[in-house]
Design a protein around this ligand. Structure first.
Ligand code: VGL
Ligand code: ZN
Length: 206
């Protein structure tokens, strides 16, 4: 078996100073740094990487943040502008030991479609490089950390499982947006019921 650590969207805009702050988002950084010193065969990081006027931005539609619209039959939550390509908000958190990352995978780059999962856009029309990178490194087990538990970590975990990877979510390496206060707990239950393992960083003993 070969193990990959996948860092999901540990970017400034999802941390407390950013435009779409995940509460305590920055608190995961020391946990993730420590995990990167374990014996993973591959460390991959995703970056949410939107063009200006991305379809997921409320401003693009002159609507309010948090409104939900339908785009080609897909529900789209409208977010503040975030993770715009080549801006500070799209950079990794400054304390993240980014030199340990072997490969960065960009998502959400198409102006017309959002992408929570690190593997596919939300309509599953296009894939990123992530599956190819894992397969070409013979990865069988994936361990996920990052932001946010109830969006990008959740959808990346579900796709990883469906693509045949043994999938683990390291809970103390993730934080949730919790638009509704129970979203994190609902996400954990959903992931467990699918067969995704929920673990803590202290259980990573390799
Ligand atoms: C995310 C909302 C919008 C995430 C990305 O990384 O969880 N959430 N774009
Ligand atoms: Zn986004």
């Amino acid at each position: 078996m070969k193990k990959a650590l996948i860092l999901i969207d540990i970017q400034n805009d999802f941390c407390p100073q950013g435009s779409l702050p995940v509460p305590d988002g920055d608190k995961i950084v020391p946990v993730v740094n420590e995990l990167m010193d374990k014996n993973f065969d591959l460390i991959v990081a995703t970056k949410d990487w939107h063009p200006p006027k991305h379809i997921s931005f409320a401003r693009t539609h002159d609507k309010k943040v948090g409104e939900v619209i339908e785009i080609q039959g897909q529900k789209q939550i409208l977010w503040p502008d975030h993770c715009i390509q080549n801006t500070w908000g799209a950079e990794f958190h400054p304390n993240l030991k980014a030199n340990k990352i072997h490969k960065i995978v960009f998502k959400g780059t198409d102006p017309h479609i959002d992408s929570y999962s690190g593997f596919f856009d939300n309509a599953k029309l296009k894939n990123t490089e992530l599956d190819d990178v894992l397969k070409s490194n013979q990865i069988t087990h994936v361990y996920l950390v990052g932001l946010a538990t109830d969006y990008c970590v959740k959808f990346t975990a579900i796709d990883a499982l469906n693509l045949g990877y043994q999938t683990f979510v390291i809970l103390d390496g993730c934080k949730a947006v919790n638009l509704q206060p129970e979203d994190e707990q609902k996400t954990i239950q959903d992931l467990k019921s699918r067969g995704i393992k929920i673990i803590f960083s202290k259980e990573v003993n390799f």
